[in-house]
Design a binder for this molecule. Sequence first.
Ligand SMILES: NC(=O)c1ccc[n+]([C@@H]2O[C@H](COP(=O)([O-])OP(=O)(O)OC[C@H]3O[C@@H](n4cnc5c(N)ncnc54)[C@H](O)[C@@H]3O)[C@@H](O)[C@H]2O)c1
Length: 308
Amino acid sequence: MKVTVVGAGAVGASCAEYIAIKNFASEVVVLDIKEGFAEGKAMDLMQTASLNGFDTKITGITNDYSKTAGSDVAIITSGIPRKPGMTREELIGINAGIVKTVSSSLLEHSPNVILIVVSNPMDTMTYLVHKTTGLPKNRIIGMGGALDSARFKYRLAEALEAPISDVDGMVIGGHSDTGMVPLTAHATRNSIKVSEFLSEERLAQVSEDTKVGGATLTKLLGTSAWYAPGAAVSSMVQAIACDQKKMFPCSAFLEGEYGLNDICIGVPVLLGKNGIEKIVKIELAEAEKAKMQESAEGVRKTNSLLTL
Ligand SMILES: NC(=O)c1ccc[n+]([C@@H]2O[C@H](COP(=O)([O-])OP(=O)(O)OC[C@H]3O[C@@H](n4cnc5c(N)ncnc54)[C@H](O)[C@@H]3O)[C@@H](O)[C@H]2O)c1
Protein backbone atom coordinates (compact mmCIF):
# COMPACT_ATOMS: atom_id res chain seq x y z
CA MET A 1 0.00 0.00 0.00
CA LYS A 2 1.17 3.52 -0.86
CA VAL A 3 0.16 6.30 1.51
CA THR A 4 0.67 10.02 0.97
CA VAL A 5 0.72 12.47 3.85
CA VAL A 6 0.27 16.10 2.82
CA GLY A 7 1.80 18.44 5.40
CA ALA A 8 5.06 17.42 7.04
CA GLY A 9 4.34 19.45 10.17
CA ALA A 10 3.67 18.10 13.64
CA VAL A 11 0.62 15.98 12.77
CA GLY A 12 1.79 14.89 9.31
CA ALA A 13 5.16 13.68 10.60
CA SER A 14 3.46 11.86 13.47
CA CYS A 15 1.09 10.13 11.00
CA ALA A 16 4.05 9.02 8.86
CA GLU A 17 5.94 7.80 11.92
CA TYR A 18 3.08 5.70 13.35
CA ILE A 19 2.17 4.26 9.94
CA ALA A 20 5.80 3.23 9.40
CA ILE A 21 6.22 1.78 12.89
CA LYS A 22 3.10 -0.36 12.41
CA ASN A 23 4.79 -1.77 9.27
CA PHE A 24 1.68 -2.41 7.12
CA ALA A 25 2.44 0.05 4.29
CA SER A 26 5.16 -0.43 1.68
CA GLU A 27 5.59 3.28 1.03
CA VAL A 28 4.79 6.59 2.70
CA VAL A 29 5.29 9.81 0.74
CA VAL A 30 5.33 13.01 2.78
CA LEU A 31 4.70 16.24 0.87
CA ASP A 32 5.00 19.81 2.09
CA ILE A 33 5.01 23.21 0.45
CA LYS A 34 7.99 24.38 2.51
CA GLU A 35 11.18 23.74 0.53
CA GLY A 36 13.18 20.77 1.86
CA PHE A 37 11.02 20.33 4.96
CA ALA A 38 9.34 17.04 3.99
CA GLU A 39 12.65 15.69 2.67
CA GLY A 40 14.24 16.43 6.05
CA LYS A 41 11.42 14.85 8.06
CA ALA A 42 11.43 11.77 5.82
CA MET A 43 15.19 11.33 6.12
CA ASP A 44 15.07 11.70 9.91
CA LEU A 45 12.23 9.16 10.10
CA MET A 46 14.04 6.71 7.79
CA GLN A 47 17.00 6.87 10.15
CA THR A 48 14.73 5.39 12.85
CA ALA A 49 13.87 2.37 10.64
CA SER A 50 16.71 0.10 11.78
CA LEU A 51 16.09 1.13 15.39
CA ASN A 52 12.32 0.70 15.30
CA GLY A 53 12.34 -2.33 13.00
CA PHE A 54 10.20 -1.21 10.08
CA ASP A 55 10.63 -1.67 6.32
CA THR A 56 8.23 1.04 5.12
CA LYS A 57 10.02 3.37 2.71
CA ILE A 58 9.42 7.03 3.62
CA THR A 59 10.22 9.72 1.08
CA GLY A 60 9.80 13.48 1.33
CA ILE A 61 8.96 15.88 -1.48
CA THR A 62 8.41 19.59 -1.95
CA ASN A 63 5.07 20.17 -3.63
CA ASP A 64 5.58 17.71 -6.53
CA TYR A 65 2.35 15.73 -6.72
CA SER A 66 3.62 13.49 -9.54
CA LYS A 67 5.58 11.65 -6.80
CA THR A 68 2.31 10.84 -5.02
CA ALA A 69 0.91 9.04 -8.09
CA GLY A 70 -0.85 5.75 -7.39
CA SER A 71 -1.50 6.45 -3.71
CA ASP A 72 -4.13 4.20 -2.14
CA VAL A 73 -4.72 6.52 0.80
CA ALA A 74 -3.84 10.19 1.26
CA ILE A 75 -4.00 12.14 4.50
CA ILE A 76 -4.52 15.89 4.39
CA THR A 77 -2.84 17.60 7.36
CA SER A 78 -1.70 20.74 5.52
CA GLY A 79 -2.84 24.02 6.99
CA ILE A 80 -2.40 26.07 10.09
CA PRO A 81 -3.02 24.70 13.59
CA ARG A 82 -4.70 26.74 16.31
CA LYS A 83 -2.87 28.80 18.92
CA PRO A 84 -3.94 29.02 22.57
CA GLY A 85 -7.36 30.65 22.90
CA MET A 86 -8.36 29.99 19.28
CA THR A 87 -11.22 27.74 18.19
CA ARG A 88 -10.81 25.26 15.33
CA GLU A 89 -13.47 27.21 13.43
CA GLU A 90 -11.24 30.29 13.27
CA LEU A 91 -8.86 28.42 10.94
CA ILE A 92 -11.38 28.15 8.12
CA GLY A 93 -10.23 31.06 5.95
CA ILE A 94 -6.69 29.84 5.30
CA ASN A 95 -7.29 26.11 5.55
CA ALA A 96 -10.24 25.93 3.14
CA GLY A 97 -8.09 27.25 0.26
CA ILE A 98 -5.27 24.84 1.11
CA VAL A 99 -7.53 21.78 1.45
CA LYS A 100 -9.31 22.51 -1.83
CA THR A 101 -6.06 22.82 -3.82
CA VAL A 102 -4.41 19.85 -2.12
CA SER A 103 -7.34 17.48 -2.68
CA SER A 104 -7.60 18.29 -6.37
CA SER A 105 -3.81 17.92 -6.85
CA LEU A 106 -3.91 14.53 -5.11
CA LEU A 107 -6.77 13.30 -7.29
CA GLU A 108 -5.03 14.38 -10.47
CA HIS A 109 -2.33 11.79 -9.83
CA SER A 110 -4.25 9.19 -7.79
CA PRO A 111 -7.80 8.98 -9.14
CA ASN A 112 -8.66 6.00 -6.91
CA VAL A 113 -7.29 7.43 -3.67
CA ILE A 114 -9.17 7.36 -0.35
CA LEU A 115 -8.84 10.75 1.36
CA ILE A 116 -8.54 11.22 5.10
CA VAL A 117 -9.08 14.85 6.12
CA VAL A 118 -7.36 16.07 9.28
CA SER A 119 -7.00 19.84 8.76
CA ASN A 120 -9.36 21.93 10.89
CA PRO A 121 -12.17 22.83 11.15
CA MET A 122 -12.22 19.15 10.17
CA ASP A 123 -15.95 18.44 9.62
CA THR A 124 -16.24 21.50 7.40
CA MET A 125 -13.02 20.65 5.54
CA THR A 126 -14.39 17.13 4.94
CA TYR A 127 -17.64 18.65 3.63
CA LEU A 128 -15.61 20.97 1.39
CA VAL A 129 -13.78 17.97 -0.10
CA HIS A 130 -17.18 16.33 -0.75
CA LYS A 131 -18.56 19.38 -2.47
CA THR A 132 -15.50 20.14 -4.59
CA THR A 133 -14.15 16.71 -5.64
CA GLY A 134 -17.34 14.79 -6.43
CA LEU A 135 -15.77 11.62 -5.00
CA PRO A 136 -18.10 8.89 -3.73
CA LYS A 137 -18.79 9.36 -0.04
CA ASN A 138 -17.03 6.15 1.03
CA ARG A 139 -13.71 7.64 -0.11
CA ILE A 140 -13.81 10.83 1.99
CA ILE A 141 -13.23 10.34 5.69
CA GLY A 142 -12.73 12.98 8.35
CA MET A 143 -10.54 12.16 11.35
CA GLY A 144 -11.76 13.57 14.64
CA GLY A 145 -13.82 11.01 16.52
CA ALA A 146 -11.01 8.44 16.67
CA LEU A 147 -8.88 11.01 18.48
CA ASP A 148 -11.71 12.34 20.65
CA SER A 149 -12.62 8.77 21.66
CA ALA A 150 -9.00 8.07 22.64
CA ARG A 151 -9.10 11.21 24.80
CA PHE A 152 -12.44 10.08 26.28
CA LYS A 153 -10.93 6.69 27.21
CA TYR A 154 -7.94 8.43 28.76
CA ARG A 155 -10.24 10.56 30.93
CA LEU A 156 -12.47 7.59 31.80
CA ALA A 157 -9.48 5.48 32.87
CA GLU A 158 -8.23 8.38 34.97
CA ALA A 159 -11.61 8.73 36.72
CA LEU A 160 -11.97 4.98 37.20
CA GLU A 161 -8.32 4.59 38.27
CA ALA A 162 -8.29 1.74 35.77
CA PRO A 163 -5.88 0.69 33.02
CA ILE A 164 -6.96 2.16 29.67
CA SER A 165 -7.26 -1.36 28.18
CA ASP A 166 -10.15 -1.96 30.62
CA VAL A 167 -12.12 0.95 29.21
CA ASP A 168 -14.22 1.42 26.08
CA GLY A 169 -16.13 4.45 24.86
CA MET A 170 -16.91 6.55 21.84
CA VAL A 171 -17.32 10.23 20.96
CA ILE A 172 -19.55 11.18 18.03
CA GLY A 173 -20.73 14.57 16.71
CA GLY A 174 -18.72 17.52 15.50
CA HIS A 175 -14.98 17.77 16.17
CA SER A 176 -15.19 20.98 18.20
CA ASP A 177 -15.07 22.00 21.85
CA THR A 178 -18.85 22.37 21.97
CA GLY A 179 -19.88 19.86 19.30
CA MET A 180 -18.46 16.60 20.64
CA VAL A 181 -20.95 14.11 22.02
CA PRO A 182 -19.18 11.65 24.35
CA LEU A 183 -21.48 8.64 24.68
CA THR A 184 -21.17 8.26 28.44
CA ALA A 185 -24.25 6.03 28.73
CA HIS A 186 -22.61 3.50 26.38
CA ALA A 187 -19.11 3.63 27.93
CA THR A 188 -17.96 0.48 29.71
CA ARG A 189 -15.28 -0.98 31.93
CA ASN A 190 -14.90 -4.67 31.01
CA SER A 191 -18.42 -4.62 29.53
CA ILE A 192 -19.95 -3.08 32.67
CA LYS A 193 -21.44 0.39 32.26
CA VAL A 194 -19.15 3.02 33.77
CA SER A 195 -22.18 4.54 35.49
CA GLU A 196 -21.93 1.58 37.90
CA PHE A 197 -18.63 3.02 39.14
CA LEU A 198 -18.82 6.78 38.57
CA SER A 199 -21.31 9.34 39.81
CA GLU A 200 -23.29 11.43 37.33
CA GLU A 201 -21.23 14.48 38.34
CA ARG A 202 -17.92 12.67 37.77
CA LEU A 203 -19.11 11.41 34.38
CA ALA A 204 -20.18 14.92 33.42
CA GLN A 205 -16.67 16.11 34.34
CA VAL A 206 -15.12 13.33 32.19
CA SER A 207 -17.29 14.53 29.28
CA GLU A 208 -16.26 18.16 29.74
CA ASP A 209 -12.56 17.28 30.03
CA THR A 210 -12.86 15.22 26.84
CA LYS A 211 -14.52 18.01 24.89
CA VAL A 212 -11.81 20.51 25.76
CA GLY A 213 -9.08 17.88 25.33
CA GLY A 214 -7.57 19.64 22.32
CA ALA A 215 -7.80 23.12 23.87
CA THR A 216 -6.13 21.87 27.07
CA LEU A 217 -3.17 20.61 25.08
CA THR A 218 -3.01 23.71 22.88
CA LYS A 219 -2.72 25.82 26.03
CA LEU A 220 0.08 23.62 27.38
CA LEU A 221 1.98 23.21 24.10
CA GLY A 222 1.40 26.59 22.46
CA THR A 223 0.11 24.71 19.37
CA SER A 224 -2.20 21.78 18.83
CA ALA A 225 -1.30 18.18 19.68
CA TRP A 226 0.27 15.64 17.31
CA TYR A 227 1.05 12.26 18.92
CA ALA A 228 -2.53 11.13 19.51
CA PRO A 229 -3.79 12.63 16.21
CA GLY A 230 -1.01 10.75 14.33
CA ALA A 231 -1.78 7.52 16.18
CA ALA A 232 -5.52 7.88 15.46
CA VAL A 233 -4.90 8.41 11.74
CA SER A 234 -2.50 5.46 11.56
CA SER A 235 -5.11 3.12 13.11
CA MET A 236 -7.65 4.26 10.51
CA VAL A 237 -5.18 3.75 7.65
CA GLN A 238 -4.31 0.30 9.01
CA ALA A 239 -8.02 -0.63 9.08
CA ILE A 240 -8.23 0.33 5.39
CA ALA A 241 -4.93 -1.33 4.42
CA CYS A 242 -5.79 -4.58 6.19
CA ASP A 243 -9.51 -4.47 5.29
CA GLN A 244 -10.34 -4.82 8.98
CA LYS A 245 -13.95 -3.53 8.88
CA LYS A 246 -13.03 -1.91 12.19
CA MET A 247 -15.38 0.58 13.84
CA PHE A 248 -14.29 4.19 14.33
CA PRO A 249 -16.30 7.35 14.75
CA CYS A 250 -15.41 9.35 11.62
CA SER A 251 -16.76 12.41 9.91
CA ALA A 252 -18.88 10.98 7.09
CA PHE A 253 -21.28 12.50 4.60
CA LEU A 254 -24.79 11.77 5.84
CA GLU A 255 -27.91 11.24 3.78
CA GLY A 256 -30.59 10.76 6.39
CA GLU A 257 -28.59 8.76 8.94
CA TYR A 258 -29.07 10.10 12.48
CA GLY A 259 -31.80 12.33 11.05
CA LEU A 260 -29.18 14.46 9.25
CA ASN A 261 -28.67 15.37 5.62
CA ASP A 262 -26.02 17.15 3.55
CA ILE A 263 -23.46 17.36 6.33
CA CYS A 264 -20.20 15.68 7.36
CA ILE A 265 -20.14 14.90 11.06
CA GLY A 266 -18.79 12.20 13.39
CA VAL A 267 -20.75 8.93 13.40
CA PRO A 268 -19.66 5.31 13.91
CA VAL A 269 -18.48 3.75 10.64
CA LEU A 270 -16.73 0.55 9.57
CA LEU A 271 -13.40 1.13 7.82
CA GLY A 272 -12.12 -1.41 5.30
CA LYS A 273 -10.51 -1.59 1.87
CA ASN A 274 -13.17 0.67 0.31
CA GLY A 275 -12.82 3.33 2.98
CA ILE A 276 -16.17 3.79 4.72
CA GLU A 277 -17.75 0.35 4.24
CA LYS A 278 -20.81 1.19 6.29
CA ILE A 279 -22.29 3.90 8.48
CA VAL A 280 -23.35 2.16 11.68
CA LYS A 281 -26.65 3.28 13.13
CA ILE A 282 -26.93 2.99 16.88
CA GLU A 283 -29.89 3.88 19.06
CA LEU A 284 -29.14 7.10 20.93
CA ALA A 285 -30.80 8.19 24.16
CA GLU A 286 -33.08 11.25 23.80
CA ALA A 287 -30.49 13.55 25.40
CA GLU A 288 -27.78 12.26 23.04
CA LYS A 289 -30.06 12.76 20.03
CA ALA A 290 -30.64 16.37 21.09
CA LYS A 291 -26.89 16.93 21.54
CA MET A 292 -26.22 15.47 18.09
CA GLN A 293 -28.73 17.87 16.50
CA GLU A 294 -27.18 20.79 18.38
CA SER A 295 -23.73 19.68 17.24
CA ALA A 296 -24.94 19.52 13.63
CA GLU A 297 -26.21 23.09 13.92
CA GLY A 298 -22.71 24.20 14.93
CA VAL A 299 -21.12 22.37 11.99
CA ARG A 300 -23.66 23.86 9.57
CA LYS A 301 -22.86 27.33 10.88
CA THR A 302 -19.18 26.79 10.02
CA ASN A 303 -20.09 25.20 6.66
CA SER A 304 -22.04 28.33 5.78
CA LEU A 305 -18.76 30.29 5.84
CA LEU A 306 -17.44 28.26 2.90
CA THR A 307 -17.47 29.71 -0.58
CA LEU A 308 -18.14 26.65 -2.70
N1 LIG B 1 -8.68 16.48 13.04
C1 LIG B 1 -7.96 16.42 14.14
O1 LIG B 1 -8.27 15.67 15.07
C2 LIG B 1 -6.73 17.28 14.28
C3 LIG B 1 -5.82 17.09 15.33
C4 LIG B 1 -4.69 17.90 15.39
C5 LIG B 1 -4.47 18.88 14.43
N2 LIG B 1 -5.38 19.05 13.44
C6 LIG B 1 -5.19 20.04 12.38
O2 LIG B 1 -4.19 19.55 11.48
C7 LIG B 1 -3.58 20.66 10.82
C8 LIG B 1 -2.05 20.53 10.92
O3 LIG B 1 -1.62 20.70 12.25
P1 LIG B 1 -0.05 20.66 12.60
O4 LIG B 1 0.05 20.78 14.06
O5 LIG B 1 0.61 19.53 11.89
O6 LIG B 1 0.42 22.03 11.90
P2 LIG B 1 1.91 22.38 11.40
O7 LIG B 1 1.95 23.85 11.22
O8 LIG B 1 2.92 21.74 12.28
O9 LIG B 1 1.99 21.67 9.98
C9 LIG B 1 1.24 22.06 8.87
C10 LIG B 1 2.12 21.86 7.64
O10 LIG B 1 1.31 22.09 6.47
C11 LIG B 1 2.20 22.67 5.51
N3 LIG B 1 1.41 23.30 4.44
C12 LIG B 1 0.74 24.48 4.49
N4 LIG B 1 0.15 24.72 3.29
C13 LIG B 1 0.44 23.67 2.51
C14 LIG B 1 0.10 23.32 1.17
N5 LIG B 1 -0.66 24.10 0.40
N6 LIG B 1 0.58 22.15 0.67
C15 LIG B 1 1.34 21.34 1.42
N7 LIG B 1 1.71 21.62 2.71
C16 LIG B 1 1.25 22.77 3.22
C17 LIG B 1 3.04 23.63 6.30
O11 LIG B 1 4.24 24.00 5.61
C18 LIG B 1 3.31 22.83 7.56
O12 LIG B 1 4.51 22.10 7.50
C19 LIG B 1 -4.14 21.92 11.50
O13 LIG B 1 -5.20 22.45 10.72
C20 LIG B 1 -4.68 21.39 12.82
O14 LIG B 1 -5.69 22.20 13.35
C21 LIG B 1 -6.50 18.27 13.34
